[in-house]
Write a protein that binds this ligand. Structure first.
Ligand SMILES: [Fe+2]
Ligand SMILES: [Fe+2]
Length: 500
C-alpha cells in the first residue's frame, strides 16, 4: 500500500508522460523565465518614469535586472529541488515543467501590471498557487504559492525599498494562508467552479483579517487604515480567484490538462454524452455509473486519480449508443441477435469500443477517457457468440474473428476500468447466486486472474500488488452494492414500517 500522503496528492491528469526532462532543460527554462521576468520588471518601471529618466538608462538598471533574475533563479531552483525530494515528480516531465513555468511567468506579469498600474495592495497573490494546484498537483501548488510570494516580496524590498516589515509579513502570511486553504479545497472530488468561488469568498474574508489585526496591534495604523488594509486583502484574494477562473480554461486547453473541475463537469449527468447514454441506452447508463463508482474506489486504493477513473468508467461504453438494443442490459424482451448470424452479432458488439473512442474524441473529452473506451475489452473474445457459432458448424472457428481487436489497456486507469466492468457485469449476471464474502472473493479473484492470464495487462504498469488491492476493494464493496433492500410492510393501524 502506498503512503497515505502520497495518495492524497494524485493529480487528475492520468499517468505521467514519459518525456523526462534533462538538467540542461531545467536550467534553461528556469534561467529564461527569471530573465524575462527581470526584464519585464524593469521595463514596467520605465513606463511609469518620466521620459528623461528613461534616457538616463544606466548600469544600475542592468544590475537591477540581474538582481531580480538572480533572486528568482534561486527561488525557482529551490522550488524544483524541493519538489524533486518530496517526490512530486510531475515537474520532471517536460510538459508539466513548461506548464509550471508558464504559470509562474503569467503570475509575475499580472503582479507587475497590478503593482505598477493599479495598486500593490490588490495584487492577486495566490494566482500561481491556485493554477498550479489545479493543473499539476496540490503539493506543487502549495509550494509554488509559498516560494513565489517570498520571491515577490524580496524583489519588492530590493527594488522599491518596501521597508514596512510588519505589514509586508502580514500580507505575505495572509496570501500564503489563503492560497493553502484554497489549494487544499481543490482535492475535493465534489469541487465545482461555483463551490470553489463560495469557499474563495469566505477564505478571502478570513485572510483579510490578518493584515488588519497586525496593523492595529503593531500601532502602525488606526482602525480605518487597518480596515482598508483588510479590505485590500479581501479584494486581492477575490482577484486571485477571478483571474484563476479566467486563465484556467486557457491552460487546460493549451496544455490539454484535466483539472478536477473539468472532470467534475464531464461526470455530471447533464454532460451531453451522459444525457444521450441515459436516454438512448438506459441499461448501459446504469451499468456505467456502477463501473465508474467501482473504478473510483479501486483508483483510490492503488493511488491513481479517483476523478479520472470515475470519468473513464462513466464513458467506457458510450459507443453502445449506436446499437443499444444489441446489448443485453438494454433489452426488454426482444433480442435482435436472434435475427442475425453470430458473425454479425460479434461485429456489432465489438464495434462499441471504436465507436465510443470516436464519440469521445468528437466531444472534445480528455484523450485518456477515449483511450480507456477503446482499450477496456483489450483483445478478449466474445465467448457467448463464439460458442453459438461453433454450435452451428462442424468446422473449427477462428477465435480471433470473435475477439476484440483493440489495444490492451495501456494505463492503470484502463486496467481498473476493464476489471470493474467485468466484475460488475459478471456479478450482476449471477443475480444473487453468490452472497458470502468468501464467495465474492473467490469469484472476483477468478475474474481478475482470467484477464491477467490472458495477458490483458501486459501493456500497462499495473502490479500484482495493485491487483490485490483492487480485489480487496471489490470484495469489500460489491456485496454492499448488491445487497437486497429490506422490504417494509405497513399495517393499517400503524404507519410504522415492520421489518419482514
Ligand atoms: Fe464495453
Ligand atoms: Fe461495460
Amino acid at each position: 500500500m502506498k503512503d497515505k500522503n502520497e495518495l492524497k496528492f494524485q493529480s487528475p491528469n492520468g499517468p505521467d508522460v514519459k518525456a523526462k526532462t534533462e538538467t540542461p532543460f531545467k536550467i534553461a527554462i528556469v534561467t529564461s523565465t527569471a530573465l524575462v521576468i527581470g526584464c519585464i520588471t524593469k521595463a514596467l518601471h520605465f513606463t511609469v518614469k518620466a521620459a528623461e529618466e528613461i534616457i538616463s538608462f544606466s548600469l544600475t538598471d542592468v544590475a537591477d535586472v540581474l538582481i531580480v533574475t538572480a533572486i528568482l533563479m534561486v527561488v525557482f531552483f529551490t522550488l524544483l529541488v524541493y519538489l524533486r525530494f518530496v517526490k512530486a515528480d510531475k515537474v520532471s516531465d517536460k510538459k508539466h515543467l513548461i506548464t509550471l513555468f508558464s504559470i509562474i511567468l503569467v503570475d509575475f506579469v499580472v503582479r507587475l501590471l497590478f503593482s505598477n498600474f493599479i495598486s500593490v495592495f490588490v495584487i492577486p497573490f495566490s494566482l500561481a498557487g491556485l493554477l498550479s494546484a489545479l493543473l499539476l498537483s496540490r503539493r506543487i501548488g502549495m509550494m509554488t504559492n509559498i516560494f513565489i510570494n517570498i520571491a515577490f516580496f524580496l524583489n519588492n524590498v530590493l527594488l522599491n525599498g518596501y521597508t514596512d516589515a510588519a505589514m509586508g509579513a502580514a500580507t505575505l502570511v495572509s496570501a500564503i494562508m489563503f492560497g493553502i486553504v484554497m489549494i487544499a479545497y481543490t482535492g475535493k472530488s465534489s469541487a465545482t467552479r461555483v463551490r470553489y468561488m463560495g469557499v474563495g469568498v469566505c477564505t478571502s474574508a478570513v485572510a483579510a483579517i490578518i493584515p488588519a489585526v497586525i496593523g492595529i496591534l503593531s500601532n502602525r495604523y488606526g482602525i480605518i487604515d487597518a480596515g482598508m488594509y483588510g479590505f485590500c486583502g479581501f479584494v486581492s484574494a477575490l482577484v486571485s480567484i477571478a483571474l484563476m477562473s479566467l486563465f484556467l480554461p486557457v491552460f487546460e486547453f493549451i496544455f490539454k490538462i484535466n483539472t478536477v473541475f473539468r472532470l467534475s463537469e464531464i461526470t455530471s449527468l447533464e454532460a451531453p454524452l451522459m444525457r444521450r447514454l441515459a436516454e438512448e441506452a438506459p441499461g448501459t447508463f446504469s451499468h456505467s455509473l456502477m463501473v465508474g463508482n467501482l473504478a473510483e474506489l479501486c483508483a483510490i486504493a492503488i493511488g491513481e486519480s479517483a476523478q479520472l477513473a470515475k470519468a473513464a468508467g462513466y464513458y467506457h461504453d458510450v459507443g453502445k449508443i449506436n446499437n443499444p438494443t444489441f446489448f443485453i442490459e438494454n433489452q426488454k424482451g426482444y433480442n435482435p441477435h436472434d435475427d442475425v448470424i453470430p458473425e454479425i452479432s460479434v461485429k456489432i458488439i465489438t464495434s462499441h469500443t471504436e465507436d465510443g473512442y470516436q464519440m469521445i474524441k468528437k466531444s472534445n473529452l480528455p484523450d485518456i477517457i477515449a483511450d480507456v473506451a477503446h482499450e477496456h475489452h483489450g483483445t478478449t473474445s466474445v465467448n457467448y457468440f463464439l460458442y453459438k457459432a461453433q454450435k452451428l458448424t462442424e468446422e473449427d472457428i477462428d477465435q480471433s474473428e470473435f475477439s476484440y481487436t483493440d489495444p490492451k489497456p495501456t494505463t492503470k486507469i484502463a486496467a481498473i476500468v476493464m476489471i470493474a466492468d467485468t466484475v460488475e457485469a459478471a456479478t450482476r449476471a449471477l443475480a444473487g447466486g453468490i452472497s458470502t464474502d468468501k464467495e465474492y472473493r473467490s469469484y472476483i479473484r477468478s475474474l481478475i486472474k482470467a484477464k491477467s492470464d490472458a495477458g490483458q495487462f501486459s501493456n500497462c504498469e499495473i502490479t500484482f500488488n495493485d491487483l490485490r488491492l483492487i480485489e480487496d476493494t471489490l470484495v469489500y464493496f460489491m456485496p454492499q452494492m448488491h445487497h437486497q433492500r429490506i422490504r417494509y410492510e405497513f399495517s393499517k393501524s400503524n404507519t410504522k414500517g415492520v421489518l419482514r
